[in-house]
Design a protein around this ligand. Structure first.
Ligand SMILES: Cc1ncc(COP(=O)(O)O)c(C=O)c1O
Length: 356
């Protein structure tokens, strides 16, 4: 029986994604495959809301996409301001520190959003080359505001791994120079692809890549229709089919309807939790609909892992444990992509109700 994946990702695959994965493979230089790849990149431009030419899926999980960004844009001369309020801003910081970059971390409590007034003051003072923000912080369930960042001359890099496809994201209108996402959250594709997009400003500031595999210019020589499309690495053919199928499905339903479905399912979850005496860890205006962190009552904290295990063993439902300083204190419930339904909330709440 299929498990219901209501953790922080991966989410369940849709029927069309599964059937795309099962299609016959093609060669990675076969014109038939290249046109599928081109359509997939067009669909990524559509969901990122960008005209950026350099928009494609990196053949790696989202951490690989982050690393690709770092290897091509960050070195020991870089100064980076990070709005930090969870595990994934810490991951970006760790990656950039390894490249010797100077990091100005602007810290906020886990479960609270990045305050843009404070961030903008720091940016004005530090005059960084780069600003790194996490849009949907999966470790805490906070949706950070990334509109109205006074980036000055800096490039704005946004981790939209969990936000893309679940809440509005407007790369060009919001002045985002680099976006990095992942396939396994609201896109319902297996983990292993990291959609990325780069503005012209960002490309102009690429450094000599310190990674061969993540050399974005070399990858782009294969992806871009402008040149001879030379081999760099073998594209993960069937994963590209899956991504294309997923994006087509989302397009068919429309983004507004998709975002609304996430919002409705999340609000239904908050109210059902309230009836059970459980409380989301994030204040209502800052909640990320596709990932809810729930405070575990003190008396249950000692047995919280047993409750998650029972949910899995008895009901086939996965929810996530807390990460970092939230470990043992919160559960993380994902309503990602096609999983964001009232029915799934009912299934989880009924099971949890029986266990508690
Ligand atoms: C916000 C965010 N950024 C980055 C990552 C890293 O993604 P991956 O585990 O696919 O490498 C995750 C994964 O959960 C995430 O939630």
């Amino acid at each position: 029986m299929e498990k219901l994946l209501m953790g922080p990702g991966p989410s369940n695959l849709t029927e069309s994604v599964r059937s795309a994965l099962a299609q016959p493979a093609l060669g990675h230089l076969d014109p038939e495959f290249l046109s599928i790849l081109d359509e997939t990149c067009d669909l990524l431009r559509w969901i990122f809301k960008t005209d950026n030419k350099m928009t494609f899926p990196v053949s790696a999980t989202a951490s690989g996409g982050m690393e690709a960004v770092v290897m091509n844009l960050v070195d020991s001369t870089s100064k980076v301001v990070i709005g930090s309020n969870g595990a994934f801003s810490l991951r970006a910081k760790a990656m950039m520190e390894r490249q010797g970059a100077e990091i100005v971390e602007v810290n906020f409590d886990w479960g609270s959003p990045v305050d843009l007034n404070e961030l903008n003051l720091k940016i004005d003072f530090a005059k960084p080359d780069l600003i790194w923000m996490v849009h949907g912080e999966t470790s805490t369930g906070v949706l950070n505001n990334i509109v109205n960042i006074d980036k000055g001359d800096a490039l704005l890099i946004v981790d939209c791994v969990t936000s893309l496809g679940g809440v509005n994201f407007e790369m060009d209108n919001w002045g985002i120079d680099v976006a990095v996402s992942g396939s396994q959250k609201c896109l319902n594709v297996p983990p292993g692809l990291s959609p990325v997009s780069f503005s012209t400003r960002a490309i102009e500031r690429f450094k000599a890549s310190r990674s061969w595999y993540f050399d974005l210019q070399m990858i782009n020589d294969y992806i871009s229709t402008a040149g001879p499309r030379t081999y760099h690495h073998t594209a993960p053919i069937n994963m590209i089919y899956a991504l294309k199928a997923s994006l087509n499905d989302i397009k068919e339903h429309g983004l507004d309807e998709t975002f609304n479905r996430h919002k409705i399912a999340a609000e239904y979850l908050y109210s059902a939790l309230g009836e059970m005496g459980l409380k989301p860890a994030v204040e209502s205006p800052f909640r990320l609909p596709q990932l809810t962190t729930i405070f575990i009552p003190k008396e249950l904290q000692g047995i919280e892992s047993q409750i998650r295990k029972d949910l899995m063993d008895k009901f086939n439902i996965e929810i996530g444990a807390g990460l970092g300083i939230f470990a043992g204190k919160v559960w993380r419930v994902g309503l990602m992509g096609a999983n964001a339904t009232i029915r799934n909330v009912d299934t989880l709440v009924n099971a949890l109700g029986k266990l508690l």
